[in-house]
Design a protein around this ligand. Structure first.
Ligand code: G3P
Ligand code: CA
Length: 251
């Protein structure tokens, strides 16, 4: 077991605030999170926004596909009431707003969620991160191999994480080797001692997603992951500290 495990606030502190909104990121920082994950995609008119789903229905009062909707519409939506009434009128943030808000205060995991406009999304994200001078504190990840390759090609020095799902480990390890990734981001359920040994021997840090239940967090720490995505990053801090006998975590 490593003496420290990094807690990554998944979509911000999304267990206590509406995911991928500025308030979720503020809450994550308030909880002491030193790493924050969020999802980025393009609106119809090529504005990079921080948003998870392909469609607007689950987390806003809008309808339709993000890729078919202009930012003038998305920017006016309520992205908080679905979570709790007190978050009414919370807005969908742009990537620039989130980068400005968090800045260098936390490690950022920018998950690229491209549609067919892969190159365009990657260029927008790289340009924004460069404008805020945050490459040193950014890890870029994606489920889409083309997005990973495009990012690596555009920013050779970027820190890259390859996301993988059950049954996708071999392909993910091959891609990680091809692009010389720094991180492997496996689904929580696929993490095993063997996976961690393979990843570490390939020089990859292992960040597992997404663990919210104490027993899942405990298992991942015992297996030796380097990072844990959680909607409740403070749970990772507390459990890691308890396991380490009060020594704390680097979350
Ligand atoms: O990056 C880890 C995790 O966020 C990937 O899954 O669906 O939450 O974006 P998802
Ligand atoms: Ca994500």
């Amino acid at each position: 077991m490593p003496s420290e495990v990094l807690a990554i606030a998944h979509r911000g502190a999304s267990g206590i605030a509406p995911e991928n909104t500025k308030i979720a990121f503020v809450q994550a920082l308030d909880l002491g999170a030193r790493a924050v994950e969020f999802d980025v995609q393009l609106t119809r008119d090529n504005i990079a926004i921080v948003f998870h789903d392909e469609v607007l229905e689950r987390t806003t009062n809008g309808t339709g596909r993000v890729a078919d909707t202009d930012f003038a519409t998305i920017g006016k939506l309520d992205a908080g009431s679905w979570f709790a009434p007190k978050f009414a009128r919370t807005e969908v943030p742009t990537l620039e707003e989130v980068l400005a808000s968090i800045g260098p205060r936390a490690l950022l995991n920018v998950e690229l969620k491209p549609d067919a406009r892969i190159e365009k999304l990657v260029r927008h994200v790289a340009t924004a991160v460069a404008r805020f001078d945050l490459f040193e504190t950014c890890v870029f990840s994606s489920f889409d191999p083309a997005a990973i390759r495009a990012l690596r090609s555009l920013v050779p020095d970027a820190r890259v994480g390859v996301l993988c799902v059950p049954d996708g480990l071999d392909a993910a390890l091959r891609l990680a080797d091809e692009v010389q990734a720094e991180n492997l981001h496996p689904a929580r359920t696929m993490v095993s001692e063997a996976l961690i040994a393979d990843a570490h021997s390939a020089g990859l840090a292992v960040w597992a997603w997404t663990a919210n239940k104490p027993e899942d967090i405990e298992r991942l720490i015992a297996l030796g992951v380097d990072g844990i995505f959680s909607d409740f990053p403070d749970r990772v801090h507390m459990i890691a500290a308890r396991i380490a006998g009060g020594a704390g975590s680097r979350a």
